[in-house]
Ligand binder design. Structure first.
Ligand code: SF4
Ligand code: SF4
Length: 349
């Protein structure tokens, strides 16, 4: 894993996936068809990454390995241009040892530096745990910078940190502490690779919107998600599976009236102001405005993440239309918040 402060370009390479997980934020599945090509990704890398401030290119999905040579060529192009690369995969390809070794060899030969295996209760319905073991064994000691198992879990989960440690036979360090704060990266192992579990909480976005509350780990602060701002590190460039630029991939961005910035990535006035409010005041602020105006958007009794709040606000056309009609009010609140923020240090001194 590279420095998390480094700028990241993310390709949602495809919506297609052999699995159809109940919590999938991208709502991917075998029937979905949007897919990027090598040419489209190369052009985006030339446009966005050539400025020099992108360090890492992430290939996610859907299941990015379904792109075959288009994925390998894109990894090779990024590597040849000095960019670090990461693949996020559900290990559907690791059906036996030979297939696992062959895929890992292809990815490494293309120059891939980091690999994340997504695995949890919902993946396990579709992808046998033997695949994870095959992929894990094949990825060990072959020169990756990091090999990460990405786990999303809650109080009812069977696939847990302990389950993964036991299954993989490795006392893997964690990426987050019990309050969901990022821990310092562990030292690389003797073979030069960092091995860890990225232990995040389940959240209810995308297909997971309807998951029962009992699956979720409650927020440490009651109503906390309603008061948080979207941190600046979430504002990284994303290319959707339809080739558009998006403001983030915390929720499915395709066609989202706020997050999907279209083919040229130029936000409208409404998108600019609403995005500024999400980042500086938080999506809970927008939810509050909508509540005051009687616009019903809530799909949940309580929220465990700002992205859940953001999804309720930005995926509702009536809500977005109301916000677009009330930009002066939002801009006024943004100005007041930045005036307050710049006055605060003086008040304290
Ligand atoms: S969560 Fe991952 S593996 Fe599951 S359907 Fe979505 S993209 Fe596929
Ligand atoms: S709060 Fe909204 S903009 Fe921020 S990461 Fe979540 S979905 Fe994206």
């Amino acid at each position: 894993m590279v420095n998390p402060q480094g700028r990241t370009l993310t390709f949602i390479t495809t919506d297609q996936c052999g699995a159809r997980c109940a919590h999938c934020l991208m709502e991917s599945g075998p029937e979905r068809e949007s897919t990027l090509t090598y040419e489209s990704m190369r052009r985006r890398m030339d446009d966005i990454a050539s400025g020099g401030d992108v360090q890492l290119v992430v290939f996610t999905g859907g299941e990015c390995t379904r792109l075959g040579d288009d994925l390998l060529e894109s990894i090779a192009y990024a590597s040849a241009n000095g960019l670090l690369t990461r693949v996020v995969t559900n290990v559907e390809w690791a059906v036996d040892e030979v297939s696992a070794v062959s895929m890992i060899r292809d990815l490494r030969e293309a120059g891939l530096r980091e690999i994340n295996f997504s695995y949890d209760d919902f993946h396990r319905v579709w992808v046998p745990e033997a695949n994870l073991l095959n992929a894990w064994r094949a990825a060990k000691g072959v020169g990756f910078g990091s090999v990460v198992v990405a786990l999303a879990s809650g109080p009812r989960s069977r696939v847990t940190v302990e389950w993964l440690r036991r299954s993989l036979g490795h006392d893997l360090p964690l990426a987050y502490d019990e309050t969901h704060r990022r821990l310092p990266l562990p030292e690389p192992s003797a073979d030069g690779t960092r091995y860890l579990i990225s232990n995040s909480r389940l959240i209810r976005v995308g297909r997971g919107r309807g998951l029962r509350q009992g699956y979720m780990t409650p927020e440490p602060v009651i109503g906390g998600a309603l008061f948080q701002r979207c941190p600046p590190e979430n504002a990284e460039p994303v290319i959707t599976s339809e080739g558009n630029v998006a403001a983030c991939c915390g929720i499915y961005p395709n066609g989202n009236e706020v997050l999907d910035l279209g083919p040229d990535g130029r936000p409208s006035a409404a998108q600019r102001t609403i995005l500024a409010a999400i980042r500086q005041l938080g999506p809970g602020y927008l939810l509050g405005l909508l509540n005051q105006a009687g616009v019903q958007v809530r799909h949940r009794n309580s929220y465990v993440s700002i992205c859940e709040v953001c999804e309720d606000v930005t995926r509702n056309p009536t809500a977005v239309a109301y916000l677009a009609e009330n930009l002066p009010r939002i801009e006024q609140d943004l100005l007041a918040a930045s005036a307050l923020a710049s006055a605060a240090p003086e008040a304290e001194s």
